[in-house]
Design a protein around this ligand. Structure first.
Ligand code: 1GP
Length: 254
């Protein structure tokens, strides 16, 4: 069964695993979105995340409308700035870019968004967003004007996540960025897992089931996949099966 309340995730190295599909409104047509909804009907996922680091079209509202009309899977905004709030969605990752030192993405955009968010019915998920170097500059890093954490510095990521948790953030999102050449390294995920007691979301460059397994085994509670599913919708089914196999094993041993 898919798991559809981000608030109820129990963070754990061996706990239940979750799968989010990231939909970038710039890269989807109505037909490709409906196709993914169709695949997810027989291969359940936990969440649709909608957003991108740079949105150049006005497709987002239409994509969310399509999702809300055709699937019960929760739709969670993954916004790049305060302009991308859409009340049709179920919730929003309120991302504070704690790996960076750009005040606009640490608190500035949040100030702009706050009145709209307070008045909306959106479930707000306060998230420490950590960008990790993935072998090339990503749109997220360029657009935010921040330097990602070096790939081979798990201690920096762990201390950053710890600080985020101490500041009251409820989720940590470790992201190599969309289309990352190298996903976040397992030793970094493990270090963060050891450092915090809040759920860890991991994404960026997960384009094989081996990479998905590595992230899950290292302690990711939620894995996020965008690019590779856009190119190959069948990958949604493969990862859905993989995540289900983890959770079935858990259920059998309970
Ligand atoms: C990007 O974590 C997401 O912010 C997903 O990355 O598109 O590389 O799967 P991909």
């Amino acid at each position: 069964m898919p798991f559809n309340d981000l608030q109820q995730i129990q963070p754990s190295k061996t706990g239940r695993k979750h799968f989010a599909v990231l939909l970038d409104p710039d890269n989807l047509t109505e037909a490709s979105c409906l196709n993914l909804i169709d695949v997810s009907a027989s291969h359940p996922i936990d969440f649709f995340f909608v957003g991108g680091s740079l949105i150049t079209t006005d497709n987002q509202a239409g994509i969310i409308r399509l999702l809300k009309k055709n699937t019960a899977t929760p739709v969670i905004l993954f916004p790049s700035n305060s302009q991308h709030i859409d009340q049709q969605a179920d919730g929003i990752l309120l991302l504070s870019l704690i790996s960076g030192r750009n005040p606009d993405f640490l608190i500035g955009q949040h100030v702009l968004a706050a009145p709209t968010l307070k008045a909306s019915g959106l479930q707000v998920y306060p998230t420490g967003y950590i960008l990790v170097d993935s072998g090339r500059q990503t749109t997220a890093s360029y657009m935010s004007g921040t330097t990602p954490i070096p790939h081979d510095k798990p201690a920096i990521a762990a201390c950053t996540a710890m600080a985020g948790e101490l500041l009251g953030l409820r989720y940590i999102y470790l992201d190599g960025g969309s289309g990352a050449l190298t996903p976040v390294a397992p030793d970094m995920i493990m270090a963060v897992r050891e450092a915090v007691d809040i759920p860890i979301i991991v994404g960026g460059g997960i384009n094989t089931t081996t990479r998905a397994t590595t992230a899950l085994e290292a302690g990711a509670d939620v894995i996020v996949i965008g690019n590779h599913i856009e190119k190959n919708p069948g990958f949604l089914a493969e990862v859905s099966n993989l995540v289900s196999s983890y959770n079935v094993t858990l259920d059998v041993h309970r």
